[in-house]
Write a protein that binds this ligand. Structure first.
Ligand SMILES: Cc1ncc(COP(=O)(O)O)c(C=O)c1O
Length: 427
């Protein structure tokens, strides 16, 4: 059995740390762990000022607010994203303007230029699945039009572009420590900037936000414990643990229903709690190992699936990188490995039959399914490449739990589906 979406970064030591924290409620809310985490992320990303929040979406909201972005302003951001990105723009009273992508799954600079208007104030540049976007061209475009650049590094902690860490290029950046991100404290986020005035404003917003409540923190601490337990005992009742955790709301959701209509959930607009900062610091020690594993797994997928790229039955983000001028990035980190095909639904069903759940990032232009395009201001047809790829996406896991055998099994299912008998097998 291969799991692709249950606490992909959680290992036994993370679950046992969460267990110790569960029994130390005096460490849940207040403490100085957030300061240590902020310093470590600043040193890793080489960005001078870092400010922590309870999620990446709140970090983005704080950046937008600190930058004075408000009603009447437009913020450009790519389609093929999560609703957690346009939502903070809406919470700030501004209007999200959706930009199409190219086949690297990051922003199309040409489409971005077309959608700039006198009301445009900022561009959110997403490094999708750990692939640095075309920063040279986007930064030049932003300079020409006097626009603020906010890097969305939710998928890209540890990735570099021209040898420099992502997050250090724009006017500001934000990172996520969400349950399925690069490192995970279930919920957590960080704003980063080299601009001291902007940093001061973001810091004072952080200070004005309350800490999350005890019940919410408990839900997050239970997540690694119950998911790890559920996975470890999956065939022996673990499935029930996971089902109960979700249906009894012992654990939280990644996206709440109100967010699908552009609303602000109750948990947002908070500081990072001490307990979750401790979990994130612990995960940060594993960053290099996690990212090296992701890169190796992506390379293996690429190698095993390559005959299908040659025969044009599949396309991959990785296969497109060398072809795209200016995209020869130093170090993408491959949070997921994405391929697309006209037969995505049938391939996914075939995988599911064999116990493999391929991810749903992003099978709609603004994910997850069920988002009200009307309420978040997305017009169907406005980003045709994103729509076309989303409808064909198969999103494969690269996390630390995916062994070489798992990756081979996944590729075998896919190649068998296409009846390709020449698939190379790695020994
Ligand atoms: C591309 C992208 N940006 C931002 C976010 C928001 O991060 P967080 O879940 O920490 O709020 C997410 C995830 O939800 C995401 O996928």
């Amino acid at each position: 059995m291969v799991f692709t979406n249950l606490a992909p970064n959680t290992e036994k030591d993370d679950a046992s740390l969460a267990c110790r924290l569960i029994f130390s409620p005096w460490r849940w809310q207040k403490g100085d762990a957030f300061i240590k985490l902020e310093k470590e992320i600043a040193s890793l990303t080489t960005v001078k000022h870092t400010v922590s929040f309870e999620s990446g979406r709140t970090a983005l909201y704080a950046i937008l607010t600190a930058a004075g972005i408000t009603k009447g302003d437009e913020v450009l951001l790519q389609a093929y994203t999560c609703v957690a990105v346009p939502d903070p723009v809406l919470w700030a009273g501004a209007t999200p303007v959706y930009v199409d992508i190219d086949e690297t799954l990051t922003m199309s600079v040409a489409d971005c230029e077309k959608k700039i208007t006198p009301k445009s104030k900022a561009i959110i540049v997403q490094h999708t699945f750990g692939i640095p976007a075309n920063l040279d061209s986007i930064l030049a475009l932003a300079t020409r039009h006097s626009l603020l650049i906010i890097e969305d590094c939710a998928h890209a902690l540890g990735a570099t572009y021209h040898g420099k860490p992502v997050g250090s290029f724009g006017d500001a950046a934000f990172f996520s420590f969400g349950r399925d991100k690069v490192i995970s404290s279930v919920f957590g986020g960080m704003a980063a900037t080299n601009n001291p005035q902007l940093a001061e404003k973001i810091r004072s917003l952080q200070q004005s936000y309350p800490l999350p409540g005890f019940f919410w923190i408990k839900q997050q601490l239970l997540h690694p414990i119950l998911m790890w337990l559920g996975k470890a005992t999956y065939g022996f009742g673990g499935k029930i643990i996971i089902w109960l955790a979700k249906s009894l709301h012992l654990t939280s959701r990644a996206v709440y229903p109100i967010e699908r209509v552009g609303g602000k959930p109750r948990f947002a607009g908070k500081r990072l709690s001490n307990a979750l900062a401790i979990l994130a610091i612990h995960q940060l020690k594993k960053l290099e190992r996690f990212n090296t594993h992701r890169q190796k797994t992506a390379a293996l997928y690429q190698e095993l699936l390559s005959p299908l790229f040659v025969s044009h039955q599949l396309t991959s983000q990785l296969a497109n990188l060398p072809a795209a001028a200016g995209r020869l990035t130093d170090k993408p980190i491959w949070l997921r490995y994405t391929i697309w095909t006209d037969h995505a639904d049938r391939v996914k069903t075939e995988c599911a039959k064999q116990g493999i759940l391929s991810g749903d990032w992003y099978d709609t232009p603004i994910a997850p399914r069920g988002v009200s395009y009307e309420r978040i201001g997305y017009k169907l047809g406005s980003c045709p490449v994103a729509e076309k790829i989303a409808a064909r996406t198969i999103n494969l896991p690269t996390d630390i739990h995916i062994s070489e055998n798992d990756a081979q099994k996944i590729c075998n299912i896919i190649t068998t589906f296409y009846g390709n008998s020449n698939t190379p097998t790695k020994r």
